[in-house]
Design a binder for this molecule. Structure first.
Ligand code: C2O
Ligand code: CU
Ligand code: CU
Length: 493
């Protein structure tokens, strides 16, 4: 199929004419799913929900034990209607896992789904055989124990979600994902009130059920979702005027990029995927959050009482051939109370040093490419490849030596952006390249996911500290499931 013809079909599709190409995966036929519930159908304006916290069942100091049960759960999202979701412990989003540096963690997964699942601890430095890889599925009805230590220096905002073979997009769309925070022994921002905002996507069909993935979803990443914060639609966060707060914002959508901005306020970036920056970056009017990324920001709320401001998820422009259905959307209303303004908080000018990984001993090239194809998974119109290949869990795509620092040049030879993620490590973005112009990163930060814009490349410095098999992939979950993933084997030193 020529590009022109493809575009014709795709545009016809957006106009409502179905041109699926067959293929088909486990649980849907790959065709468009029909009418969906309006994006603003859910009740708006409720107070921002606080997240359920997973209780620590261990009485032993320095140990965390808990249980996550993944099970079909009916949810009342629309009045008088029941939506079949798949949830951890019956809550959406999944409970907050609050861990501490140095803790020994034992979490049992009970799989009550009718299909394989796993739990992947996104961004955490856990041993490969405890990281929920697709090679280690937990079968329907089975249980397993995940066991790992939380290393010192890894305080930050993470999340957990399933990672079984080709079912990640569906399981996350049905509700299986939750936040995870690692707390530091000494946290320079511990004196600030803290709010966690877990942003997820939801798309319901005309029967109030989670709509099936269609061929456009499998091409661009899941489209047309409404954004929820802690499971609520456009909730209200009421704060005393003048207060400085620390917000942890997680992008747990399958494919949605957005630029975070708060009306009438500047944002101060203090943390990324792997935790705090060395120094705060103040005065930001917006921050791009790619799928799977997290940020920590400080907000000094306006001193005006009884005022309202919107936290926005603004559309990210460079979309794939303009085909996306993404739009500007509001996440939350920040309301100031009638109280007198608080005294502004004092913020430390140095937060946490970003250590040096060291001098890379090797350079690897990772090329993202696309291929127009019929009969891709779920009727997707493109195959998305890494180094020319589609995912095979029995193959090793790259090797690295345990403890050795490497440069990875991630080259995006496709016409859309991909958020590139590596398991079991926090890496550093060194530079980006666009049209032959190299731009060094403007600040140092720990990331586990980096956006690589269409036709550009990103160079990172990365090190794996544990031996075993690690996944690397595009974190648009539909691309991951469709094969845009590889296996890195870390050889023992
Ligand atoms: Cu959050 Cu392999 O992914
Ligand atoms: Cu991950
Ligand atoms: Cu992708």
């Amino acid at each position: 199929m020529k590009r022109r013809q493809f575009l014709g079909n795709a545009l016809a599709w957006t106009g409502g004419v179905l041109t699926g190409c067959g293929g088909g995966s486990s649980s849907n036929d790959g065709m468009a799913s029909g009418p969906t519930v309006a994006a603003d159908a859910l009740l708006e304006g409720q107070p921002l929900r606080s997240l359920a916290v997973l209780p620590n069942e261990s009485a032993v100091a320095g140990q965390f034990s808990g249980t996550l049960t993944a099970a079909p759960t009916p949810a009342a999202l629309l009045p008088g209607q029941s939506t079949a979701m798949w949830l951890y412990n019956g809550v959406a989003p999944g409970s907050l896992l609050e861990l501490r540096e140095g803790q020994h963690v034992r979490i049992r997964l009970d799989n009550r789904l009718a299909q394989d699942t796993t739990v992947h601890w996104h961004g955490l430095l856990v041993p490969p055989d405890q990281d929920g890889n697709p090679m280690d599925p937990v079968r329907p009805g089975a249980s397993r124990l995940y066991e790992f230590d939380v290393p010192a220096g890894t305080a930050g905002t993470y999340w957990y979600h399933p990672h079984a073979h080709q079912t990640v997009a569906e399981q996350v769309a049905r509700g299986l994902a939750g936040p995870l925070i690692v707390r530091a022994a000494a946290d320079p921002l511990a004196h600030l009130p803290e709010v966690t905002m877990f942003v997820s996507g939801l798309r319901l069909d005309g029967n109030a059920q989670i709509s099936a993935h269609d061929s456009m979803d499998w091409t661009l990443g899941r489209q047309g979702e409404m954004l929820l914060v802690n499971g609520g639609r456009l909730p209200v966060l009421t704060v005393r005027p003048g207060t400085t707060q620390r917000w942890r914002i997680l992008n747990a959508t399958s494919a949605r990029y957005f630029r975070i901005a708060l009306d009438g306020h500047a944002l101060t970036l203090v943390g990324t995927d792997g935790g705090l920056l060395a120094t705060p970056i103040a005065g930001l009017s917006e921050i791009l959050l790619a799928p799977a990324q997290r940020i920590e920001v400080l907000v000094t709320v306006s001193a005006t009482p009884n005022a309202r401001y919107r936290l926005r998820a603004m559309r990210y422009q460079p979309e794939f051939m303009g085909l996306g259905t993404y739009r500007d959307e509001d996440l939350l209303t920040l309301a100031t109370s009638a109280e007198s303004p608080a005294v502004p908080a004092v913020i430390a000018s140095s937060l946490r040093p970003i250590g040096e990984l060291g001098v890379p001993g090797r350079r690897q090239r990772i090329e993202l490419s696309e291929r127009m194809a019929m009969g891709m998974m779920g009727g997707g119109m493109f195959g998305f490849l890494i180094n020319g290949r589609s995912f095979d869990m029995d193959r090793v795509d790259l090797t690295a030596a345990q403890g050795q620092v490497e440069f990875w040049d991630i080259v995006n030879n496709t016409s859309m952006d991909h958020p590139f993620h590596i398991h079991g490590t926090q890496f550093e973005l060194v530079s980006r390249e666009a049209a032959g112009v190299v731009t060094p990163a403007s600040y140092r930060a720990w990331l586990d996911t980096v956006n690589v814009p269409a036709r550009q490349s990103a160079t990172i410095k990365v090190r794996q500290t544990m031996s075993g098999k690690r996944m690397f992939h595009c974190h648009i979950l539909e691309h991951e499931d469709a094969g845009m993933m590889g296996v890195l084997e870390v050889r023992p030193a």
